[in-house]
Design a protein around this ligand. Structure first.
Ligand SMILES: NC(=O)c1ccc[n+]([C@@H]2O[C@H](COP(=O)([O-])OP(=O)(O)OC[C@H]3O[C@@H](n4cnc5c(N)ncnc54)[C@H](OP(=O)(O)O)[C@@H]3O)[C@@H](O)[C@H]2O)c1
Length: 295
């Protein structure tokens, strides 16, 4: 397939381009190629790529920036999404939109399913719901909701935490912000399986299992051979940010089950793979245990 990927310099776009590049003809689209807020510019580059599918990973994903700059949020996440969707449609390509677990209100006591109603509580989340509606306006579309991401190519929640620990700087982990986490290369695998299946619709994609952000950083530190005790546990209330964070964002993956695509592996395994690929690598003890020669 020919796959165009917007936001290809971003965290997810980088991982998707790496993954899809193995079996497909990928056109990575960056801001230098086209600003998605310009309909003409994005149409020109999408038309030149002649894609079968456009995966739209470009966005302003910073919740606090969106909360303090709603016009930028709307211009990129809503109007920009409309421009990319229109460009895909004009070129006869299928539009695949990347959404977020942040579109829920965080009040459900169990994992959110694809049939649960979004109830966004932040400006960012509202923009992602608008993006989903734009995507869903075409009969043939994909919407992929993802949780917090980690992966190669760009700093992320995990790598920034590890960098802070290595530098002896303050590192804070929210204890009451719980949900899934997703390795961008595993996202690539699941997206490929769904897209190739041709079963259009809405999918939750996450590594299996749930954790607090504090647990995620703690496990990452342990894998990297750093002392997790230097991570300061904090509640959301203690971390003052413009955009409220949700207590619970766990997503069930019933739509994947429904088409027979396996759920991604547990987040701990994916995290260990990610850390193994970082320059500093895995803690030698963890590496030995993973190779099965540690006993
Ligand atoms: N990161 C997470 O934990 C997370 C969690 C849930 C959902 N998501 C969703 O996943 C998707 C990817 O997020 P990400 O973390 O990969 O974000 P990211 O690293 O910030 O990447 C987004 C990319 O979009 C590009 N972009 C922004 N505005 C643009 C514009 N006007 N024109 C063209 N390109 C533009 C950026 O270009 P520059 O590099 O030039 O700035 C960047 O490369 C987003 O839809 C996000 O909402 C992310």
């Amino acid at each position: 397939m020919r796959i165009a990927i917007t936001g290809a310099n971003g965290l997810l776009g980088h991982g998707l381009a790496q993954w899809f590049g193995r079996n497909h003809e990928v056109t990575p689209l960056t801001r230098d190629d086209a600003d998605i807020t310009s309909p003409d510019a994005i149409l020109r580059v999408v038309a030149a790529a002649r894609p079968d599918v456009v995966i739209h990973a470009a966005a302003t994903p910073d919740m606090d920036l969106c909360e303090t700059n709603p016009s930028l949020c709307h211009a990129v996440n809503v109007a920009g999404t409309r421009n990319v969707a229109d460009a895909a449609r004009s070129c006869g390509a299928i539009f695949a939109f990347i959404s977020s677990d942040a579109i829920f209100d965080g009040r459900k006591a169990e994992p959110y399913t694809e049939t649960d109603e979004p109830n966004p509580v932040t400006i960012y989340a509202r923009s992602k719901v608008e993006g989903e509606k734009i995507a869903a306006a075409a009969a043939e579309h994909f919407i992929f909701r993802v949780p917090v991401l980690f992966g190669p190519g760009k700093g992320n929640f995990v790598s920034k935490g590890l960098d802070a620990l290595r530098a002896g700087q303050p590192c804070v982990g929210p204890t009451d912000q719980v949900g899934g986490a997703l390795y961008t290369l595993d996202a690539g695998q699941s997206l490929e399986q769904v897209i190739v299946s041709g079963r259009f619709g809405l999918y939750h994609i996450s590594n299996s299992g749930f954790c607090s952000r504090y647990e995620l950083l703690g496990k990452a530190a342990m894998y990297a051979g750093l002392d997790p005790r230097h991570i300061s546990p904090r509640t959301r209330a203690q971390i003052d940010r413009p955009a409220p964070r949700l207590p619970w964002m766990g997503m069930d993956m019933l739509a994947l089950d429904g088409i027979g695509v396996p759920r991604p592996r547990p987040w701990q395994e994916a995290l260990a793979d990610y850390i193994e690929g970082l320059p500093e690598g895995l803690n030698p003890e963890v590496r030995m245990m993973r190779r099965g020669d540690g006993r």
